[in-house]
Design a protein. Structure first.
Lengths: 261, 309
């Protein structure tokens, strides 16, 4: 990963403020994301990390601020438009299609790229059949990549947590996103699972050149894999820079360890 | 033995009709998590549209062929049900995205009463008939095996054939198409579906259209048997115990649940009725549903509720 080429700014967040009634979730947050980098957003619980991700993804509309994505200016994003612009995401509290198999879950990630008509698909009409097979091939590659071959036909609701997290990642990968938002991909995992997940995140970034924005409250893992880190605390930005800069930032240390009074 | 089979067969045929309505419930619940109380009203509305259009169009266009007139009326009724789905999505579902299920249920109650009234305003409130051109003379089958054979209605056979075709079509749609997969995805998680670019609004229009189509088929078959009248909407509520029995999310469940209830009703009415008094047919389905709620709340084929603690 030393050879990695980090490109221009593709996502620029300017002065984002978000509140729910009287509760300020985010106050005047600005940071940018460069192409091909792994950008982490860290902070203690309740710092506003997930809110930040949901603003980028269009689930929440900020009261103030502007989002610039690939040169286009937005006051608010819309989840579906964002998906069309090539932004994939995973969820902190798994939001998989529980009754469906692993394969079907990941296949849904191809929705935006499938174009055959419903009737053509029903009668397995030639071109529609070929399209399905082509998409299936991509999905099989993702399944191989995530090492979940043996669970293909298992309903995801029955898989252990760590594997469900992988399926969630797989579904987002199936979109072939250029920007991937990961909401606490390692939450609730044991050390071994965290290592696996870190490896997948690095490989995605490395092999597909996908830009990754990653939320995590466990500092350890993040510092090892991120290029740059934003630190939030109580909805405010208290640090931004390389992992080393952030590690030595006094505000960050105070937020994580507390200050002696 | 011949008599028993006749009762069972009669029950199966009634069951097919329940199944057709239950299918509509299951479709919408599966794809949008909404319990659509308006399914019965949609059956009535669709049947009224079909009956009246079949009556109005032939003189207008000078068509004398009954089959052609029915086909045109059916096609127009399909268009009307799709338009209705679109309007419901626009005016009712879209403003309620991500609201509690109970809010959506109340909204469909509203749709029910609106459709009941509006349907009678534009189509009329008499009893109308749908004539599919099937002879009312029953067929006698197996008369070599049993004395007197078994009586079967021709329209019942048609109803069964239509139901089978419809289920095959729906199974293909849900299992083999990307749209079907998207529908199942939306059913499981709205937010996640949006995040991968599945358009919720279009999906809802599609699923309500499909449910409207199913309602039309059910209304047509029922209407041709019993006449198109307000009581259709009430009869349609019999589909509630069917979906409880079969499972809210299972298409095969809706079919088998309908058949079990149809047969159970008839057999219990005929054989138990004289012992514990009549009227069994009216509450048998609900009692059976209650038993199922106690011992197997997800129904026969519903998805097991897997909850991690």
């Amino acid at each position: 990963m030393s050879e990695k080429k980090i490109g221009d700014v593709i996502l620029d967040l300017k002065g984002i403020s978000l509140s729910f009634g009287g509760v300020k979730a985010l106050t005047d947050i600005s940071f940018d994301v460069r192409e091909h980098e792994i950008r982490a957003i860290i902070g203690p619980n309740g710092a506003g990390k997930s809110s930040m991700l949901n603003v980028i993804n269009g689930v929440y509309t900020p009261q103030h601020g502007e989002i610039v994505f690939r040169g286009q200016h937005f006051h608010k994003m819309n989840p579906r438009k964002v998906a069309e612009m090539g932004v994939g995401r995973t969820f902190q509290n798994l939001a998989l299609f529980k009754g469906m198999s692993v394969l079907d879950n990941i296949m849904t990630g191809r929705s935006l790229r499938m174009h055959s008509g419903v009737f053509a698909q029903m009668i397995r009409f030639g071109p529609a059949e070929r399209e399905e097979i082509a998409h299936r091939e991509r999905v099989e590659k993702i399944i191989d990549f995530l090492e979940i071959q043996s669970y293909r036909k298992t309903p995801v609701g029955m898989l252990p947590y760590g594997l469900q997290k992988r399926v969630d990642l797989g579904r987002a990968l199936a979109m072939e996103p250029s920007l991937l938002l990961l909401d606490e991909p390692m939450a609730g995992m044991n050390v071994e699972e965290k290592q696996d997940m870190s490896r997948f995140v690095l490989d995605v970034n490395d092999e597909f050149g996908t830009t990754i924005v990653l939320i995590e409250h466990d500092m350890g893992v993040v510092m090892d894999i991120s290029d740059r880190v934003v630190v939030l605390d109580y909805g405010k930005k208290i640090g931004d820079g390389s992992p080393d800069e952030v590690r030595n930032n006094e505000d960050v240390i105070a937020a994580y360890l507390g200050v002696a009074h | 033995m011949g008599f028993f089979l006749e009762v069972v067969l009669g029950g199966l045929m009634a069951g097919v009709l329940y199944s057709l309505v239950a299918l509509g419930f299951v479709l919408i619940f599966k794809a949008s998590g909404v319990f659509n109380f308006a399914q019965g009203a949609m059956v009535l509305f669709a049947a009224l549209a079909m009956a009246r259009l079949a009556e109005w169009i032939p003189p207008m266009l000078g068509i004398e062929n009954l089959l052609l007139a029915n086909l045109i009326a059916f096609a127009l009724a399909v268009v009307i049900m799709i338009a209705l789905a679109w309007v419901i999505e626009r005016l009712v579902l879209r403003p309620l995205v991500n609201q509690e299920a109970i809010a959506l249920l109340m909204a469909t109650l509203g749709v029910t009463y609106f459709l009941d009234g509006f349907g009678q305003t534009i189509w009329g409130s008499d009893v109308y008939e749908i004539n599919l051109g099937i002879s009312k003379d029953p067929l006698i089958i197996l008369d070599k095996v049993f004395e007197g054979g078994i009586l079967v209605n021709r329209d019942d056979i048609l109803a069964a054939a239509i139901a089978i075709a419809l289920v095959a079509l729906l199974a293909l749609f849900f299992q083999k198409t990307a749209t079907g997969r998207a529908l199942r995805a939306v059913a499981d998680d709205h937010q996640a579906a949006q995040s991968i670019g599945i358009p919720l609004n279009r999906i809802w229009v599609i699923v309500w259209s499909v449910a409207g189509f199913v309602a039309l088929v059910a209304g047509m078959v029922w209407g041709s048997k019993l006449g198109v009248q307000f009581s259709l909407a009430i009869l349609a509520l019999k589909a509630l115990p069917v979906v409880i029995l079969g499972g809210f999310t299972s298409i095969p469940g809706a079919i088998i649940g309908g058949l079990i209830i149809g047969v159970g009703e008839k057999v219990s009415e005929v054989y138990l009725g004289p012992i514990i008094g009549g009227g069994l047919e009216n509450w048998f389905a609900y009692a059976l549903a209650l038993v199922f709620l106690l011992i197997r709340p997800q129904g026969l084929f519903g998805e097991r509720i897997i909850d991690r603690v």
